[in-house]
Write a protein that binds this ligand. Structure first.
Ligand SMILES: [Fe+2]
Ligand SMILES: [Fe+2]
Length: 290
């Protein structure tokens, strides 16, 4: 991919924002977020900063509604693919900028799912690890990075100061719009996250792809795995209900598998493929519309 020169896609690799979350985006609990993360010794940091500048400026309530119409509710789909085909397709996303350090998407998915399997969790949890990022195929449908990856957050109400780079919300028209810039915005106290519009990206998209097939904790892990302001910072609890509180431990349980699983020995897809084929067909249709 030629992301280097594309101003709409500042990240050289779409995983950069996750590395950023892992290393520096959130302070220890109780510590205040720093004003700026600019780090001249680490140019990758600046591409993450530029990424969030775009993300925070453009993820508005209207934008999210439009993307859901386009990708969730519209009958016009782009491709018909099985899960395995989608994994193959996503794997073509690897950019050629630095093959030494960048994990192919398949490896990230497999390392996540295998780590979950090794812990002896239920098979649907393993499957969740395998598919949690498949929504990133949005990039291959021409969507810009800022509308595919990155931390997610509710739109339609005031943006939390605990979201990374909160200062970039200044440029988001919703932060000046009285319908959307109050604590509750368009929502009611305790309405439940299922009634809250989240910033658009691979999490929300993939949730809609599999919502009819997987157990509820799996759906929460897929839908909210990038909602750090909630699962790490404890923000937005005024929007949550008992069901969200019940599911939160699952989202937290999933996070370390997603962020910190980097096995020294790469799982061998050829060896594992038949196990995963069976697992996929146990829960998901053989062909899906994307
Ligand atoms: Fe993700
Ligand atoms: Fe992931």
């Amino acid at each position: 991919m030629s992301e280097k020169t594309d101003p709409a896609n500042p990240l050289q690799n779409i995983e950069d924002w996750e590395d950023f979350v892992e290393t520096a985006s959130y302070p220890e609990p109780g510590e205040k977020l720093k004003d700026a993360y600019r780090d001249y010794d680490n140019p990758a940091r600046d591409t993450v900063r530029e990424f969030y500048r775009l993300n925070h400026a453009y993820q508005t309530y209207a934008f999210v509604k439009g993307k859901k119409d386009e990708f969730v509710y519209s009958e016009n789909k782009r491709r018909s693919m099985s899960i395995l085909e989608a994994i193959d397709y996503l794997n073509t996303l690897i950019d050629d900028s630095d093959p030494d350090i960048d994990l192919p998407q398949l490896q990230h998915l497999l390392q996540t799912s295998e780590a979950i399997r090794l812990k002896g969790y239920d098979d649907w949890f393993v499957l969740t690890g395998l598919i949690h990022d498949l929504g990133k195929v949005l990039c291959l449908f021409g969507e810009p990075q800022w509308a595919v990856v990155g931390d997610t957050f509710p739109v339609g109400c005031r943006f939390s100061e605990k979201i990374v780079y909160p200062e970039f919300f200044e440029a988001n028209p919703d932060s000046k719009d009285p319908r959307y810039n109050t604590r509750l915005g368009v929502y009611e106290e305790g309405c439940g996250l299922r009634n809250v519009e989240m910033s658009w990206g691979h999490d929300e998209y993939m949730y809609h792809q599999v919502k009819d097939y997987l157990p509820e904790p799996a759906l929460y892990m897929i839908r909210y795995h990038s909602f750090y302001a909630w699962h790490r910072e404890g923000e937005y609890t005024f929007l949550t209900d008992d069901h969200d509180r019940e599911m939160l431990p699952w989202v937290k349980r999933f996070n370390p598998f997603d962020l910190y699983t980097k096995c020294p020995k790469e799982p061998d897809w050829d060896e594992l493929q038949s196990y995963y084929k069976d697992l996929i067909s146990k829960y998901l249709p053989s062909e899906m519309e994307w």
